[in-house]
Write a protein that binds this ligand. Structure first.
Ligand code: SF4
Length: 64
């Protein structure tokens, strides 16, 4: 599983960074930066699903 960020949709709300700072960061203008896209083990994948579901602008999505 991979997480994909649509930087055109990101509002810079920062929920993803608060939830998972090892995977997400924000650029100087607040837009999401994905530090680690791959999630391999089931616990990690569940964590990523949770974080993606909380993005207020639906800028985050998952791919196989
Ligand atoms: S939670 Fe969504 S809107 Fe907020 S910084 Fe992350 S990707 Fe952007």
């Amino acid at each position: 599983m991979r997480v994909i960020a649509d930087t055109n949709r990101c509002l810079g709300a920062g929920q993803c960074v608060l939830a998972d700072p090892e995977r997400f960061d924000q650029s100087d203008d607040g837009i999401v930066v994905v530090l680690r896209a791959e999630a391999t083990d089931p616990a990690e994948q569940e964590e990523v699903r949770e974080t993606v579901s909380h993005c207020p602008s639906r800028a985050l999505s998952l791919a196989d």
